[in-house]
Design a protein around this ligand. Sequence first.
Ligand SMILES: Nc1ncnc2c1ncn2[C@@H]1O[C@H](COP(=O)(O)OP(=O)(O)OP(=O)(O)O)[C@@H](O)[C@H]1O
Ligand SMILES: [Mg+2]
Length: 304
Amino acid sequence: MPDQAASLRLLAQEKAVGKQELPRPETDNYGPTVVAVTSGKGGVGKTSLVVNMGLILAQRNQRTVIVDADLGLANVEVLLGIVPPYSVHDLLFGHKTIEDILAKGPFNLKIIAGGSGFQELANLEQSQRERLIGALSFFQDKSDFILIDTGAGISRNVLGFVAAAEEVVVIVTPEPTSLTDAYSLIKVLAKFEIHERVFLVVNQAVNEQEAFLTAEKITFVANKFLQNIKINYLGFIGKESIVSEAVKNQNPFVLMYPFSQATKSVAQITTNFITLLGKDDHNLVLSKRGGMKGFIQKLVKLFR
Ligand SMILES: Nc1ncnc2c1ncn2[C@@H]1O[C@H](COP(=O)(O)OP(=O)(O)OP(=O)(O)O)[C@@H](O)[C@H]1O
Ligand SMILES: [Mg+2]
């Protein structure tokens, strides 16, 4: 772990820069907001949130790309019922271009499957690293949001994506094990100064009060015991049968049930997120960590 700790610290030391107004200068610091969606415990609703939030963003004309970086199953594709023809693995080893591996969803939502590509990061040659950075930098001026569906927990793999991303959304359910695992994750982010703030979403709550109490528990303990990390509660999604039904039907609930409470909840979470990020109508926000280019450069550096 010392290696990982050192490189995580190195990344975290890069100083944040403030927001600037129009006009948009020619600089790599302008780019999409790269968001890692993660959790302490598995199976809490990361993929469901990424897919449905991605659709809400796309519906609002935010140019959105979902990156499936979960090294497990191809979850994003399953939930959307869309199978990208190729993955990052084919980009690295199969002479495919970024356009070849890109799948298109509703409202022009874009999906990139990691496949086993991200798993290979540690074994890449310099030319392949450059190819990956070049290929994913394609999105630097062509997207507003990159949502990364990561695995759960505090493995090196997951933390790499979380550390390289500009913002992190942590999902938690009211279950005690989910709460303690989320806290452990946030503790690592604070201890290694990986992020100064995390956004929290409570999923599968029976009602608003349970969600609020869940968020409050984590926030209270974090404020008490962790320095340099702020938790922003974005909202909650209730435990609803339509959510699992949508998963079974491979049709996201925001499309299947656009007027449901679950859809309203994700829309509210998305609004709160955009507001807290301070994004304006033109999406002209100076990316603190260099947009997609900064993200992929850091990711590659972390896994070298
Ligand atoms: N709000 C909800 N109400 C009811 N069921 C839900 C809700 N959110 C998620 N689920 C159920 O939990 C399952 C897991 O959700 P999802 O695949 O999004 O979790 P995950 O965190 O991505 O899991 P993994 O860690 O395995 O990637 C879904 O198949 C769905 O049935
Ligand atoms: Mg998942």
